[in-house]
Write a protein that binds this ligand. Structure first.
Ligand code: UD1
Ligand code: CA
Length: 470
């Protein structure tokens, strides 16, 4: 890590109520592309070189703190703002949690997930180069209503930010706004926050008032950035639009790295895709799903925390969770792989097959209509249509073990716990209750009887009965 990085830190404000989300959850915990929005802000700050970040939490803070600890560990700390007395007060609450070597702090709002790390790095560079106590990002908006306006002097230098509700008509006509992205020198920040007064329309302590103090104590550096990456999320309509933009960004990232992600595929933030893999429209890849090189995931597949190896083919409408699919394996269409399923290389699972805690070893097949729970299916074994592993006796779950190359005829039930040996054969329609030795044939069905001419006589009898009843 560079020296600058060690001296850079970040403060992320996330204590507000988020009233307009109309939610019981803290606003920053609402997700886009499978991650809470605050994560994106933190990732941007860390990517821009912050060694540590302090998140200011308030309303509904327990789940936020817990999530941050699980996701970021030591790199992110929480500071509590018990009462929401304004953005300046929130930053003050973060100060004591800042690490000692911190010289420059990014100050960010937790509801701007589209932030680019490159803009943060650029902002810090300009503050360092111009040796100013403070820098901020501005952008121009066709409708600046609600935002703080950038006030410049005759030379074009930023001298203040005026909040919309405190602005004059003349100031409200300014279309250049405060994006809410700052880089500040920590000693200046400590001093300036102590000087802030709640003398505004809301009676709050505004962070934006440090801008005038910075202008008076060495100047405020500014950079412009496109509005699209600075959008703040206050309600679910804005969240939906930001999520669309984020899905597009994620898809483009993988496209640049050599994966085909067709329009309309949904690849969540923590998913990883291999080169030359193809993700078809309508596929949804969630959690920590990983797709190998040259693998294909078809329309309508929903994969959550699934590892798909190279050249595997996940056909349309496969639903899978906590599962692994081996190299060149084929799954679906319309299959469900539940938690603990392992499909090894070259194995095949076809339509209307449900698996749970079951391993299909290399080259094994279950091509149609089956329930395979708590099983181990040997290499090259073949499980026929309509096979059911009767794994549950109402109280306990039991295992079914099938040896390599065994053949399970269609419409068989295997009543677990039960074992079928290697190369054994289970006749169609058998209910297997006893272990089958290797190389044996198990058959357990009633012998068939054919009664010649019986169908004709039966039909005549039934028709006569129907005439009588009319
Ligand atoms: C703020 C800026 C405004 C800027 C806009 C950009 C201020 C006073 N105004 O306005 O200049 O144009 O963002 O989006 O800073 N928060 C706390 N504690 C508090 C109050 C707020 O942690 O006591 C957090 C909120 O959770 C939120 C962030 O600070 O993440 C911003 O607060 P918000 O009320 O949304 O500020 P805006 O009115 O959008
Ligand atoms: Ca806001």
């Amino acid at each position: 890590m560079s020296e600058t990085a060690d001296r850079t830190t970040a403060i992320v404000l996330a204590a507000g109520q988020g009233t307009r989300m109309k939610s019981d959850r803290a606003k920053v915990m609402h997700e886009l592309c499978g991650r809470p929005m605050v994560d994106y802000v933190l990732e941007a700050a860390l990517a821009a070189g912050a060694a540590v970040a302090v998140v200011v939490v308030g309303r509904g803070r327990e789940p936020v703190t817990e999530h941050l600890r699980e996701t970021f560990g030591e790199r992110v700390k929480a500071a509590v703002q018990a009462e929401q007395r304004g953005t300046g007060h929130a930053v003050a609450c973060a100060l004591q949690a800042l690490p000692a070597p911190a010289e420059i702090a990014f100050v960010l709002y937790g509801d701007t997930p589209l932030l680019h790390p490159a803009d943060l790095a650029r902002l810090r560079d300009v503050v360092e180069r111009r040796r100013t106590p403070l820098g901020l990002v501005t952008c121009r908006l066709p409708d600046p209503t609600g935002y703080g306006r950038i006030i410049r002097d005759g030379s074009g230098a930023v001298v203040a930010v005026r909040e919309h509700r405190d602005a004059s008509d003349e100031e409200r006509a300014i279309d250049e706004v405060n994006a809410g992205v700052y880089a500040a020198r920590v000693p200046f920040l400590r001093q300036a926050l102590g000087d802030l007064q709640p003398d505004n329309d809301q009676g709050e302590i505004y962070l934006t008032d440090v801008v005038a103090l910075g202008a008076a104590r060495g100047g405020v550096a500014d950079i412009a950035a496109p509005a699209a990456s600075l959008a703040g999320i206050n309600d679910r309509a804005q969240l939906a639009r930001a999520e669309e933009a984020m899905y597009e960004r994620i898809a483009d990232l993988w496209r640049r790295r050599g994966t085909t992600v067709r329009a309309g595929a949904r690849v969540d933030a923590l998913v990883e895709l291999g080169p030359d893999a193809v993700i078809e429209p309508g596929a949804a890849l969630r959690g920590r799903t990983r797709i190998g090189a040259r693998a294909r995931v078809d329309t309508g597949a929903v994969l959550t925390d699934v590892a798909v190896a190279n050249e595997a083919h996940v056909k349309p409408y496969v639903v899978a969770q906590d599962a692994a699919i081996g190299a060149r394996a084929e799954v679906g269409p319309f299959a469900q792989l539940r938690a603990g399923t392992v499909i090894e290389e070259d194995a095949r699972v076809g339509n209307f097959v449900e698996t749970k805690k079951t391993r299909l070893r290399r080259g094994a097949k279950a091509n149609h209509l089956a329930y395979l729970g708590d099983g181990d299916i040997g290499e090259g074994a073949n499980v026929g249509a309509g096979t059911i592993f009767c794994n549950y006796d109402g109280v306990l779950k039991h295992r079914t073990v099938i040896g390599a190359r065994a053949f399970i005829g269609s419409d068989s039930q295997l009543v677990a716990p039960v074992t079928v040996g290697e190369d054994a054969y289970v006749g169609t329609g058998t209910t297997v209750t006893l272990d089958v030795p290797a190389d044996a044939l198990a058959i357990g069905r009633a012998k068939q009887v054919n009664k010649e001419g019986y169908a004709t006589r039966l039909r005549a009898k039934l028709e006569a009965r129907s005439r009588k009843s009319r």
